[in-house]
Design a protein around this ligand. Structure first.
Ligand SMILES: [Zn+2]
Ligand SMILES: [Zn+2]
Length: 356
């Protein structure tokens, strides 16, 4: 009896030792896998740049696998800003180009973008406009042998292997206001999502709600530069973003963003970022966490000053004026008031985009 019992104890002891022995070896094989996963996630980042183009929209999206999407291209006079910014990000090809609707503050420099970069596919809503700006875009599309794909609700965009991109508006074929033709785009990467609304107003917002799209997003590009005609309470509730971005110019003629909109956003506990205050705003995500970077651009920095106060820099031999830190400045930079630099015949440097 005693022997048998000892034998059973011995067996139990062996089993326990065996189990403990197994423990570390299982963990050993799991640990390196975890590290690999983390390393993979670290490099697989999606970047969304809300480029500061004043009272206009321009959003660059860089997929983890290197594809680029551009939603809108500022006003006509933002061409240099946009081209320099895209160049600085290493953009050679715009795989997906979207002109949300034919207003100048959205398609202004689309023609320059088309003429400057390789273009994959271009999406625009099916609506025309009689302006030269719009005709310039059509001409650039034609000259490059491109075809415009129609942006309308329910269309999927093939952007990159790891992202899902869906157009959720427009959902009708006729609107009174051009703004409601705005292509509204939802981008999903991992657990994170973004909603880009162009200038879509309440009518389009209601249609998106009625059509039952999954509008939930972490980041909302607020419709129509923060106008009170967009961002209705039911729409904000459906999107329920953590962050909202308003692309807007300081002291614009429209009084954007409207107080009512700002109140509705704050009421809902949403963190609001504005390009007139922060300059270009960059969201980076690994598909799980979102990080936000604000680059105070020369434009935003100078918005806080009156024009006469702005200090630019020149060199002894150069013919251009620059912002501080421009690569073209040598050690002997000379500070000068913008008005004086212009009076003396200096022109703005193309590389650093100083105020003009
Ligand atoms: Zn607009
Ligand atoms: Zn508009």
């Amino acid at each position: 009896m005693r022997l048998k019992r000892s034998f059973i104890y011995l067996l139990i002891a062996l089993i326990i030792i065996g189990l403990i022995g197994c423990g570390p070896s299982t963990m050993d094989t799991e640990a390196p896998l975890d590290t690999n996963d983390q390393q993979e996630q670290k490099t697989a980042l999606l970047k969304v740049h809300f480029i500061d183009v004043g009272q206009a929209d321009c959003i660059l999206i860089q997929a983890p696998t290197g594809e680029n999407m551009l939603i809108d291209a500022g006003n006509n006079d933002d061409a240099d800003t946009i081209v320099s910014y895209l160049n600085a990000q290493g953009v050679k090809k715009v795989d997906i180009l979207v002109g949300t609707h034919p207003h100048e503050d959205h398609i202004g420099s689309l023609d320059t973008v088309i003429n400057t970069f390789d273009i994959g596919k271009i999406y625009m809503p099916r609506v025309t406009h009689t302006t030269k700006t719009f005709e310039d875009v059509l001409l650039a599309v034609k000259n490059k042998g491109l075809k415009i794909s129609t942006a309308k609700g329910g269309t999927s965009i093939d952007f990159s292997p790891d992202t899902k991109v869906e157009i959720v508006a427009p959902n009708s074929s006729q609107y009174e206001s051009l703004n409601n033709y705005s292509a509204v785009i939802k981008l999903t990467y991992g657990k994170t999502s973004f909603l880009f609304t162009g200038d879509a107003e309440d009518i389009s917002e209601n249609e998106m709600l009625t059509a039952n799209y999954d509008l939930k997003a972490d980041v909302l590009k607020v419709g129509h530069h923060g106008s009170s005609s967009s961002s209705t309470r039911p729409f904000l509730k459906a999107v329920s973003p953590k962050y909202a971005v308003i692309s807007v110019g300081k002291d614009n003629d429209y009084g954007h963003p409207h107080k009512e909109t700002i109140n509705r956003l704050f009421e809902s506990g949403i963190s609001v970022f504005r390009t007139d205050e922060s300059g270009t705003i960059i969201f980076t995500t690994d598909g799980d966490k979102i990080e936000i970077e604000r680059e105070v651009s020369p434009q935003a920095r100078n918005n806080q000053l009156t024009k006469e106060d702005i200090i630019v820099y020149i060199t002894k031999s150069g013919k251009k004026y620059h912002v501080d830190g421009c690569d073209s400045l040598c050690n002997s930079k000379i500070p000068i008031k913008l008005s004086e630099a212009k009076k003396k015949g200096y022109g703005p440097c193309k590389g650093c985009n100083p105020p003009q």
